[in-house]
Design a binder for this molecule. Structure first.
Ligand SMILES: CC(=O)SCCNC(=O)CCNC(=O)[C@H](O)C(C)(C)COP(=O)(O)OP(=O)(O)OC[C@H]1O[C@@H](n2cnc3c(N)ncnc32)[C@H](O)[C@@H]1OP(=O)(O)O
Ligand SMILES: N[C@@H](CCO)C(=O)O
Length: 392
């Protein structure tokens, strides 16, 4: 299966990549050339960008791939530039002595194909020198993972010691397990699923409509028109953000309190409305609307079992180590989605992240995630011949 997938990606031409060293993150790019998508369309001149930490060992057997979530990026942890880590979106997880110990592991985070954080996406330039805009084709989670595999191959990395991801990053992690089972020794899927649920598709649909129905969207060609669908993107984020947090957290935190200085009886906002407004406006300042649409649609079509005999068959056949963790208060990626993966895999048990925050618990409860990561990377393999280092 893995070989047929790699055939979808043209031979890679890499930009020079120097051996990274020390803790400092290295932001780099790999040019893949033409990539044939699951749809049959060809995406030309694909470039993948990534950051990495630690040092690649001689036989390239110490590589850990971290997959970012929907609006995340390769900046898993920060770096002050003088070698000292600063918080990123999974603070403290990478560094000397951290769960992903840079004295042992070479950690990579690749910006997703179709996003807006450096890898090819809707704001990239098409061959005609203009931004892709609305012409940017729909990509799938499979396309994204195949592009990541090609990116890693170009770097001389074929097998992964571990792949780790939460939410949309967990979807790509699950797709690594399904699409490249012989290359992934261990995987940790956090607050995610092996296939999209109707509920997730429904939530995503409302967000896509919020963006595409903004008059400034212009069929995705807002850059060419000099407009920007700020309101649509902010509304999409508000809808999404409400699904990322738990009802009980909202109740305890905001109740029906007014936003400071405002009176809902006089047309002012409730505090929870002010909070959602804040998160909507904040995302609209840092994210591309069409990338948001394309990534949301990619999530909707996520199904590791499509054309492979179903999710159960795929996970049951996986011979590596799989850890699945759910957030106990997650209403977007429910515990049942994780339980389904564990049952299909047939080994191990579901790990629970305890959090009052809902889905965002996978970001907020970084200490609990770090414990799971540590357990995964240190876990001895069950030792089937397929998993002996260097044997692909
Ligand atoms: C993988 C990735 O997601 S990568 C990028 C990281 N994620 C994001 O940025 C997504 C957006 N943010 C989030 O999802 C969350 O803020 C998390 C998960 C990162 C952190 O959660 P928490 O620590 O619980 O932060 P919380 O949700 O309370 O948000 C705090 C913000 O809300 C603001 N806020 C809180 N209440 C109100 C209110 N009533 N009115 C206006 N603003 C408010 C705070 O001032 C603060 O603003 P700031 O973030 O600009 O400093
Ligand atoms: N806050 C996360 C939630 C989605 O997983 C994000 O924006 O990526």
């Amino acid at each position: 299966m893995a070989s047929s997938h790699s055939a979808h990606v043209a031979p890679a031409a890499t930009r020079p990549v120097q051996a990274p060293s020390g803790f400092n993150a290295q932001a780099r790019a790999v040019a893949l050339g033409d990539v044939v998508l699951e749809s049959g369309r060809t995406l030309p001149d694909v470039v993948m960008t990534y950051e990495c930490w630690g040092e690649l060992n001689d036989d390239a057997s110490n590589v850990v791939l971290v997959e970012h979530a929907l609006t995340g990026d390769s900046h898993v942890v920060g770096d002050t530039g003088d070698g000292q880590p600063t918080p990123g979106w999974w603070p403290g997880i990478i560094g000397p002595g951290a769960a992903l110990d840079t004295d042992q592991y070479f950690v990579l985070a690749i910006n997703v194909l179709g996003g807006c954080r450096g890898s090819t996406g809707p704001i990239s330039l098409a061959p005609d020198g203009e931004p892709w805009g609305g012409r940017f084709p729909q990509v799938t989670v499979r396309d994204q993972v195949r592009a990541e595999a090609a990116c890693l191959e170009a770097l001389g990395v074929r097998r992964l010691h571990a792949v780790i991801g939460g939410s949309f990053g967990g979807m790509r992690t699950a797709e690594w397990v399904a699409g490249f089972p012989d290359r992934v020794e261990r995987a940790l899927v956090v607050a995610s699923s092996g296939c999209a649920t109707a509920d997730q598709i429904a939530w995503g649909h409302t967000q896509v409509v919020a963006i595409t129905s903004d008059p400034e969207f212009r069929d995705g060609d807002y850059l060419r028109h000099g407009t920007f669908p700020t309101n649509g993107l902010a509304l999409a984020r508000q809808i999404a953000h409400a699904s990322y947090r738990s009802a009980s957290e909202f109740e305890a935190r905001f109740g029906a309190e007014p936003q400071p200085g405002e009176d809902p009886l006089e047309g002012g906002r409730f505090s929870v409305e002010g909070y959602l407004d804040h998160h909507g406006a904040k995302l609209a300042r840092r994210f591309d609307p069409l990338a948001y649409v394309r990534l949301t649609q990619a999530m909707a079509t996520h199904d590791i079992g499509r054309g492979r005999g179903g999710l159960d068959a795929v996970l049951e056949a996986y011979e590596g180590e799989l850890l699945v963790a759910a957030v106990d208060s997650d209403r977007l990626f429910p515990v049942s989605a994780s339980t389904r993966m564990v049952r299909a895999y047939g080994r191990g048990r579901l790990r629970m992240i305890h959090s009052p925050y809902g889905h965002d618990g996978f970001l907020i409860e970084a200490d609990q995630v770090a414990s799971l990561v540590q357990e995964l990377v240190q876990r001895p393999l069950r030792g089937t011949p397929r998993l002996v280092r260097g044997v692909a």
